[in-house]
Design a protein around this ligand. Structure first.
Ligand code: SF4
Ligand code: FES
Length: 249
């Protein structure tokens, strides 16, 4: 049950936070405890900033937009991947453990390199428009139906926060797995009428145990996604397209 600030007057929050600097040979992974008075409508992002400003200027974590748009502030909070900027402390118990997202390379403390992971996935899946059409700067823009535009927009809502990847049991044990976010990007370009590729062109990268058939249907991705993307629907769409291609070969 979600409580309100009025339900928790004057709570003292205890944050147990992972600390480690992989670039420092003397640094060892450990946790550090900080206490903070809870304020009304305090987000985890605000709490971490207060800790950094008043108690530990060396604490590393990422943020940019503070409004669930940039995807920088994903972290494991009491064992669950969330965005720090859109998580209110009053939705959490007094003791809060914070660890960096798994799967991604650790930069330091709570900061991870999601960008490198997403870039590698984009290169493996060629996540861009491919066309054989000659470029004509005077051409009118390509028209598409509202339904197709809406379907593409739905996939483009991904902010690449990495929460679905961190929550995925398969991604945690198979570093080559495309993950829900990677498969979502593939689906986005498959839907795009400006892309000249056929499903067969995607087959080798998508129809393997590292692609859509590696998914065990654990469903954590859709459950965790802070943007509520229909990730299970994306998986079903890709499986149908891949199976149809396999049968027609
Ligand atoms: Fe984040 Fe959702 Fe995109 Fe996964 S699909 S990276 S959870 S926004
Ligand atoms: Fe941008 Fe949280 S700071 S998503």
């Amino acid at each position: 049950m979600t409580t309100t600030p009025a339900d928790n007057p004057g709570r003292t929050l205890e944050f147990e936070i992972f600390r480690f600097d992989p670039a420092d040979p003397d640094s060892k992974p450990h946790t550090q405890v900080y206490e903070l008075e809870e304020k009304p409508f305090m987000t985890l992002y605000l709490a971490l900033n207060l800790i950094r400003e008043t108690q530990d200027p060396g604490l590393q974590f990422d943020f940019a937009c503070r409004s669930a748009v940039c995807g920088s502030c994903g972290m494991m909070v009491n064992g669950r991947p969330v965005l720090a900027c859109s998580t209110l402390t009053d939705s959490l118990p007094e003791k809060i453990t914070i660890f960096p997202l798994p799967v991604f390379e650790l930069i330091g403390d709570l900061s991870v390199d999601t960008g490198a992971w997403f870039r590698e996935i984009a290169e493996r899946t060629a996540a861009w428009i491919e066309t054989q059409d000659d470029f004509d700067p005077g051409a009118e823009e390509v028209r598409m139906s509202d339904d197709v535009a809406q379907a593409i927009y739905e996939r483009d809502r991904c902010i690449e926060c990495g929460c679905c990847v961190a929550a995925c049991g398969v991604a945690n044990v198979n570093p080559d797995f495309l993950g829900a976010a990677g498969l979502n990007r593939v689906a986005r370009f498959m839907l795009d009428p400006r892309d000249g590729r056929s499903t067969a062109d995607w087959f080798e990268v998508v129809s393997t145990e590292h692609g859509v058939f590696g998914c065990l249907g654990l469903m954590a991705c859709e459950d965790i996604c802070p943007k509520r993307l229909p990730l299970l629907e994306v998986g079903a769409y890709l499986r149908r397209r891949m199976l149809a291609t396999a049968i027609s070969r």
